[in-house]
Design a protein. Structure first.
Length: 188
């Protein structure tokens, strides 16, 4: 969501803040959904609990793109669906803002990751460790049969909504699977 995520240099810190010093490169959020926006300004007053030291291997731009996407991906995949090694995870729109993070997290947890994308985004999800499913040429029945022998996926993470969310319930393992959905504004 615009105006939430940020990266920059701490100009000053509050009197009870010990985790940061002026001059530290930091990243984080200004508030939260429905909370304080303000990262589109030159300066922002930010709760110290909502920021962290920026990893040295990330640019400011890369760090600023992470907070809300990573929190959203982690909450659904890890906290809610409780991804496990060896599970089959399907990510709808696996090259999108949240989707590409879900793909990487699922892969890091040792899951077998599949991602629906258009043909022009195939390389992106392959680079992150997912098996590509071209949703434009492959039906739900076809990819469920091909990749799960008809049993369904253990986890389906939907980032699109609408008909894609409906398809998630066709692709999930009956009774034991988890469908997680986080469609963005305008996607439902």
């Amino acid at each position: 969501m615009l105006g939430m995520d940020l990266a920059g240099v701490a100009e000053d810190v509050g009197p009870n803040v010990s985790a940061f010093n002026p001059g530290d490169e930091v990243y984080g959020m200004t508030g939260g959904i429905g909370g304080l926006q303000g990262s589109l300004a030159e300066f922002a007053s930010v709760d110290a609990d909502l920021r962290a030291i920026k990893p040295a291997n990330l640019t400011m731009r890369e760090a600023a793109a992470l907070p809300l996407s990573v929190i959203t991906a982690w909450e659904g995949l890890v906290d809610r669906a409780q991804v496990q090694t060896g599970q089959k995870v399907l990510v709808h729109a696996g090259a999108g803002g949240v989707g590409h993070i879900v793909v990487q997290l699922a892969h890091a947890f040792g899951a077998n990751v599949f991602a629906t994308v258009s043909a022009d985004k195939k390389v992106i999800v392959e680079r992150f460790g997912a098996m590509v499913i071209d949703y434009q040429t492959t039906s739900v029945d076809e990819y469920v049969t091909e990749h799960t022998s008809g049993a369904g996926f253990d986890i389906v993470y939907d980032t699109v909504g609408g008909a894609t969310l409906d398809a998630s319930f066709e692709a999930i393992k009956t009774y034991t699977g988890h469908v997680v959905s986080c469609p963005g504004v305008g996607n439902a």
